[in-house]
Design a binder for this molecule. Structure first.
Ligand SMILES: *Cc1c(COP(=O)(O)O)cnc(C)c1O
Length: 367
C-alpha cells in the first residue's frame, strides 16, 4: 500500500478508447496525441500501449526525441514544427514528421539540403493561432514540393477552435473553408481533434469511394477516456477513464461542532464531524482552487472535500459515510468519478487537470 497520490494507468482503457476512435472515424488513420506526457499518463508508457495507432502527435521536438529514444518506430508528427535549422536536422535524422505553419519555416527548410521528410502544411481556417493564411497555401505547397522533389509527402491540416460547441457557425465556416482547400489537394488531410471526431465527422468525412485521400484524425482527450463535450458523458460514448488518480486516508479524526479545518479556517464544522485527511494536495496536481463540496470517493462512496487544499493533503467530511479507516482508498478522479466532473466543480477543464498531475505522482500501469 502506498500512502501517497498515485495515478493508476489502465492499458485496457487506452486500447478500448483507440477502438472507440476507430468506430466513430471509420476509414481514417489515427494520430494518437501524446503531448504533455500523454496528458499526464506517461509519454512512452502510452505510446507503447497504443502501438496500434497509425502514428503519434506531440507538441515539441523534445517529446518526439524521447519517443524515438524509447524505441518508438511509428510516425511521429511534431505539431509545433521547428524554429531552427539544427532542430530540422534532428527531425530529419530521427525521421520525424514536421508541421509547417509559417513561410519562415518553408525558408528554413529551403536553406538546408533536401532530405526525405514528411511534412504537414497547416492552414489557419479560423483558430487564429498556428497556421498559414489560406492565401499562402499555394506558395508553400509549390516551394516545399520543389524542395522535397519527391523525397517525402506533403499533407494538409487545420485545427478547429470550437468543435465542442454543437452547431457552432465558426466551426462550420472552418470546415467549409478546409473542404474547399482539401478538394484541390492531392494528398492526405487532417482536421479533427476529439470534439471534431465526436461531433463533426459528418462534415469532414468523405465517402469511402471518394478517392485515395486519407483523413488523419488527431484524438487526444478521448483516448484518455474523458469527454470534450459538456452534454455527452464519456461513458455514453464507450470511453473508459485511462487514469485513476487516487490516494489513501492517512488520518481519521472526530472534530467537535465549531472546529475549523485547514489554512484560513474557511470550513467550520456545523455538527460533530468525522474528518478524513488524505495524502494528496496541490503539489500532486489536485487543484488548490477546489471549492468545498467537490466530491471524492472514499472506499467507493462519494464524500465532500472540505477546507482549503494544502500542498500535500486534503480534508474530507466522512460524517455521513460508513466507518472509514486510515489506509482506505480515496479516488480524486477516475473510476466512478469522471475527471470532467471534478473539472466542472473546480472551474478547470479535463485537459489541464490530467496534464497537471505532477511528476512526483507515481504512475502505476495496470492491465
Ligand atoms: C492537442 C491537439 C489535438 C488533440 O486535442 P484533444 O482536444 O485533446 O483531442 C489535436 N490537434 C492539435 C493540433 C492539437 O494541438
Amino acid at each position: 500500500m502506498i500512502a501517497a497520490a498515485v495515478a493508476v494507468i489502465r492499458s485496457s482503457a487506452l486500447r478500448n478508447n483507440l477502438q472507440a476512435v476507430r468506430r466513430v472515424a471509420p476509414g481514417c488513420r489515427v494520430l494518437a496525441v501524446v503531448k504533455a506526457d500523454a496528458y499526464g499518463h506517461g509519454l512512452t508508457t502510452v505510446a507503447r500501449i497504443l502501438d496500434a495507432a497509425d502514428g503519434f502527435a506531440v507538441a515539441r521536438l523534445e517529446e518526439a526525441l524521447r519517443l524515438r529514444e524509447a524505441g518508438i518506430g511509428q510516425r511521429i508528427v511534431v505539431l509545433g514544427g521547428c524554429v531552427g535549422g539544427d532542430e530540422v536536422q534532428q527531425a530529419i535524422h530521427q525521421r520525424l514528421d514536421l508541421v509547417v505553419h509559417t513561410l519562415d519555416q518553408v525558408a528554413l527548410l529551403e536553406a538546408l539540403p533536401a532530405a526525405p521528410l514528411d511534412l504537414w502544411i497547416k492552414v489557419d481556417t479560423g483558430m487564429g493561432r498556428l497556421g498559414l493564411e489560406p492565401a499562402s497555401l499555394g506558395e508553400a505547397q509549390r516551394r516545399l514540393g520543389c524542395w522535397l522533389a519527391g523525397r517525402g509527402t506533403l499533407r494538409l491540416m487545420t485545427h478547429l477552435a470550437s468543435a465542442d460547441v454543437a452547431g457552432d457557425p465558426g466551426t462550420e465556416a472552418q470546415l467549409g473553408q478546409f473542404a474547399s482547400l482539401a478538394g484541390a489537394w492531392p494528398g492526405d488531410v487532417s482536421t479533427a481533434n476529439s470534439a471534431g471526431i465526436l461531433q463533426w465527422s459528418r462534415s469532414w468525412s468523405r465517402p469511402a469511394d471518394a478517392g485515395p485521400q486519407v483523413n488523419w484524425v488527431r484524438p487526444g482527450l478521448m483516448l484518455y477516456g474523458a469527454s470534450p463535450l459538456s452534454d455527452r458523458p464519456a461513458a455514453e460514448m464507450g470511453l473508459q477513464p485511462a487514469m485513476s488518480f487516487e490516494t489513501r486516508l492517512i488520518a481519521v479524526r472526530h472534530l467537535p461542532r465549531g472546529r475549523r479545518v485547514g489554512y484560513g479556517g474557511e470550513w467550520q464544522a456545523r455538527r460533530d464531524s468525522l474528518v478524513g485527511v488524505a495524502a494528496a494536495g496541490y503539489a500532486d496536481g489536485y487543484p488548490w482552487h477546489t471549492p468545498c463540496n467537490t466530491p471524492v470517493l472514499v472506499a467507493g462512496r462519494r464524500a465532500p472535500v472540505i477546507g482549503r487544499v494544502s500542498m500535500d493533503l486534503i480534508s474530507i467530511d466522512l460524517t455521513d459515510l460508513p466507518p472509514a479507516r486510515p489506509g482506505d482508498r480515496v479516488v480524486l478522479w477516475g473510476d466512478g468519478l469522471p475527471v470532467e466532473e471534478v473539472a466542472a466543480c473546480t472551474g478547470r477543464i479535463a485537459w489541464d487537470l490530467l496534464a497537471g498531475v505532477s511528476p512526483r505522482v507515481m504512475r502505476l500501469v495496470e492491465d
